[in-house]
Design a protein around this ligand. Structure first.
Ligand SMILES: [Zn+2]
Ligand SMILES: [Zn+2]
Length: 326
């Protein structure tokens, strides 16, 4: 813990009093320097945290759409230019000039955060600060991935990994009238998936071949892999129905071999997705405000941030850990 000066909001910026910040697996990767691609752009020293919720404490010059006291969320995508080809195509997640909360600028493991008014999302009144926080990365990431993969009513959608991301994915799939199928190797996580509305569960560590089980169900229109396991991807590819889509979310550190013959023969699409746009976030927050998507959270005081990261490392978390400032 360190004392830092309270940041000054510049033009177009707001100062946010942080009320909650989700603990994401990416925070651990950043803290341990696992991602070479992000190293050159990472601010050092850095305050982590990109699932931030709180209230607007002060507004900078020129801010008209947010006022003191507004309840807001600040996601991974801290700022985008709005002018490049990608921004203009509505794909701001690909903006080359993007700033990232808790990576290129300080994040939400703190009492105060400076944010861009243009990229802070107003929170629906129905969501508490702690409950809303994980939607800003975990929820948003799976929401966009499912949307890009063509989620629609009636489709069978398999989710590999029922962790922070996966348990939210199952609820989004159900809310859209599709059929969630949960795949994991932990019985307690599969039990949670059932509770959240999974129509089928498959234990990859069990005696049955997951591909056979999935084939008996007709195969999945969409298979989304949230875990960073190469083995999960290898199994997942065999579970996609012909004409179906593999949604790539989890990132194994090593390459995953893919048979082009299998892709061509089955007209399988691979769709990769990186967090989400402001539009995706608004849609997800609206959906969550109906009560259809609720994150399982465990709250800890901000002072226990290091202990929280240690638990993420040990995978000793069901749902999501959220740091709170009382
Ligand atoms: Zn994250
Ligand atoms: Zn841009």
């Amino acid at each position: 813990m360190e004392e830092l000066p309270v940041p000054e909001p510049g033009p177009g910026e707001v100062l946010i009093k942080v009320r909650a910040c989700g603990v994401c697996h990416s925070d651990l990767h950043l803290a341990e320097g696992d991602w070479d691609q992000l190293k050159p752009i990472t601010k050092l020293p850095l305050v982590l945290g990109h699932e931030v919720t709180g209230t607007v404490e002060r507004v900078g010059e020129g801010v008209t759409d947010l006022a003191v006291g507004d309840r807001v969320g600040v996601p991974w995508l801290h700022w985008t230019c709005g002018e490049c080809e990608y921004c203009r195509e509505g794909r701001e997640v690909l903006c080359g000039k993007q700033m990232i909360t808790g990576v290129t600028v300080d994040g939400g493991y703190a009492e105060f955060l400076r944010a861009k008014a243009s990229h802070a999302a107003k929170l629906p009144a129905a969501l508490s600060f702690a409950e809303a926080a994980p939607l800003l990365c975990a929820g948003l990431t799976v929401y966009r991935a499912l949307k890009s993969a063509g989620l629609a009513a009636g489709k069978r959608v398999a989710v590999f990994g029922v962790g922070g991301l996966g348990h939210l994915a199952i609820q989004i799939i159900k809310a859209r009238g599709a059929v969630p199928i949960a795949v994991d190797m932990a019985e307690d996580k599969l039990a949670l998936a059932c509770e959240l509305g999974a129509a089928h569960t498959i234990n990859v560590g069990g005696p049955e071949n997951p591909r056979k089980v999935m084939r008996a169900l007709g195969g999945a229109h969409i298979v989304m892999v949230t875990s960073g396991s190469k083995a999960a991807y290898e199994t997942a590819l065999g579970c996609v129905r012909k004409g179906g889509t593999l949604a790539v979310v989890g990132m194994p550190p090593e390459p995953v071999p893919v048979s082009m013959v299998a892709l061509v023969a089955g007209e399988i699409r691979l769709v990769a997705s990186a967090v989400g746009t402001r539009e995706d976030l608004r849609e997800l927050l609206d959906l969550a405000a109906t009560g259809a998507v609720r994150c399982r959270i465990e709250t800890l005081p901000l002072e226990e941030a290091a202990a929280a990261l240690a638990r993420v490392k040990r995978a000793a978390v069901t749902g999501r850990l959220v740091l709170v400032n009382e």
